[in-house]
Design a protein around this ligand. Structure first.
Ligand code: SF4
Length: 495
């Protein structure tokens, strides 16, 4: 097991680390819905036993876990506060899928430990993927931390925090299957109240050779469709959620473990019956899992956005084989062609890795050519990160970091051109836009997104309006200007 970089003397002291704001807690929920800080204790609620803050790092799936941790602690009497400073306990829900994420998690933990030394917080807890991946090492390497929770430790968070605040360092690492909604506490909103993530499953059955996630999250564990619909209904009723973003490690396999076959289309159909929901968005879909049922629900269900996040990771057959992606360039081309034929105005988001072991110049050019041909509306790119424990870690033909960087920059330049061309096609069109927030400077401008923009990862729309708009409002907007990643438009006045 490689040493965690924690103890390398070069490691900057908390003061030196980037002032990483508490993730998400830095963006208090807009408009209605539940606010974490200082709310009055309704009659009959338990005595406040302490105050808890939380820093949620990494992905939307971890964010859902963070909301459950806070929901559980509020349920048992803790006050949920925004600021780490002055709180009794801070929980850092970590990420560790690549080295950069490990470094960010460790930076943040050291920052919190430093605050504890300065008496600004009483106890520090570390949860999530860093703990699940490095287990005993992280516990040994961070003696100043008061408690550790593996992934989905909702059942133990009360115990771990309570014992540590009483002076006993506690660790809860054993895995539990995903709790049905009935067993789950009310999630504490860490997103603006008009959108929320819905985690349909945990774990993954695939075995991509660059990926450590199945080792961290285990095999696929899907929740029941009834459970998902019940949770989504609660999110609409209690938070006023208008947009639901469906996530998992691999949503294309949702249900295979529980129903013996993929049931994501049925889950989306069930969710689309919930009144009050305007938009449903599907993320983390493996291209191998496209079925006629999925195409039909994306095409025919008005509340389901014609948007699909479908990572291809690469497009060269030799590299796809080395990645164990279970697809070929031809099958990817067929999948994209089916989606574009059946749903002409679909927005496809994808992600790719450059510099994977064995990626030759020709293989890289093959990827670029495929991106030019396919014109993905949205794209995220990563430089390959060798991860101990992933099959590719000891693969031959590692690509030097300098070459990875050059390829990354070339690819991003190509995609910037594609993004500009894609966005230019919106000029003059009128489309639905959901409002996220007012502009900080101009009261007549609001930030929003079309159905083709996922929160936090895609671009947005600068909306000019002659009347105040609230977060969650869905308004018709005519696009008046376009940029690579953003659009500008004006609200269409009612006739
Ligand atoms: S589908 Fe592949 S990349 Fe995604 S979580 Fe599973 S193994 Fe990792």
């Amino acid at each position: 097991m490689r040493e965690l970089p924690v103890r390398q003397p070069a490691f900057p002291s908390p003061a030196g680390t980037a002032a990483h704001p508490p993730h998400h807690l830095a963006h208090p929920p807009q408009g209605g819905g539940s606010r974490p800080s200082g709310r009055e204790r309704p009659a009959g609620q338990r005595q406040v036993v302490g105050s808890v803050s939380l820093i949620s790092l990494g992905c939307s799936r971890t964010l859902v876990d963070s909301e459950l941790y806070l929901g559980k602690l509020r349920q048992v009497g803790y006050q949920i506060v925004q600021d780490v400073e002055g709180s009794d306990a801070v929980i850092i829900n970590t990420c560790s899928f690549i080295q950069d994420a490990v470094k960010e998690s460790v930076d943040t933990i050291l920052q919190a430990v430093e605050m504890k030394k300065q008496g600004k917080v009483r106890a520090v807890f570390v949860a999530g993927c860093l703990v699940q991946r490095f287990k005993d090492d992280v516990i040994k390497e961070l003696p100043e931390v008061d408690g550790f929770l593996g992934v989905d430790g909702f059942g133990e968070v009360e115990d771990v925090v309570g014992k540590a605040l009483a002076g006993t360092r506690t660790t809860a690492l054993h895995r539990q299957p995903l709790l049905p909604h009935q067993g789950q506490p009310e999630r504490e909103a860490l997103t603006p109240s008009h959108y929320a993530y819905l985690k349909v499953s945990e774990g993954c059955l695939k075995g991509c050779s660059f990926c450590i996630i199945p080792k961290i999250k285990g095999p696929l564990s899907s929740r029941s469709i009834e459970d998902l619909v019940e949770e989504a209904r609660r999110l609409v009723e209690t938070r006023g959620v208008k947009e639901l973003i469906v996530v998992g490690q691999d949503t294309s396999d949702y249900g295979v473990d529980r129903y013996g076959a993929p049931r994501i289309a049925d889950a989306l159909t069930g969710l689309a019956k919930i009144n009050g929901l305007r938009w449903i968005r599907l993320l983390y879909f493996h291209p191998r899992g496209l079925t006629p049922e999925v195409v039909a629900v994306l095409r025919d269900e008005p509340r389901v956005c014609k948007y699909l996040d479908m990572a291809i990771e690469h497009a060269d057959d030799d590299v796809l084989r080395r990645m164990n992606r279970l697809v070929t360039q031809a099958s990817l081309r067929g999948t994209v062609a089916t989606l574009r034929r059946e749903i002409p105005d679909i927005a496809l988001r994808t992600s790719v890795i450059v510099g994977f072991p064995g990626e030759t110049d020709a293989a890289f050019d093959n990827l670029l050519a495929f991106l030019e041909e396919t014109q993905f509306e949205r794209l995220g790119a990563f430089q390959y990160s060798p991860e101990e424990g992933a099959a590719a870690f000891r693969a031959p033909d590692q690509v030097p970091p300098g070459v990875r960087k050059v390829r990354f920059d070339r690819l991003m330049a190509v995609q910037q051109r594609i993004a500009a061309a894609v966005n230019s096609r919106w000029l003059g069109r009128t489309t639905e836009v959901i409002i996220d927030e007012p502009d900080a400077e101009d009261p007549a401008v609001f930030h929003g997104r079309t159905r083709a923009d996922c929160p936090e990862v895609d671009g947005g729309v600068y909306v000019h309006a002659d009347r105040p708009l609230a977060p969650g409002d869905v308004v018709p907007v005519t696009i008046t200007d376009t940029y690579e990643y953003d659009l500008v438009g004006r609200v269409v006045l009612a006739g």
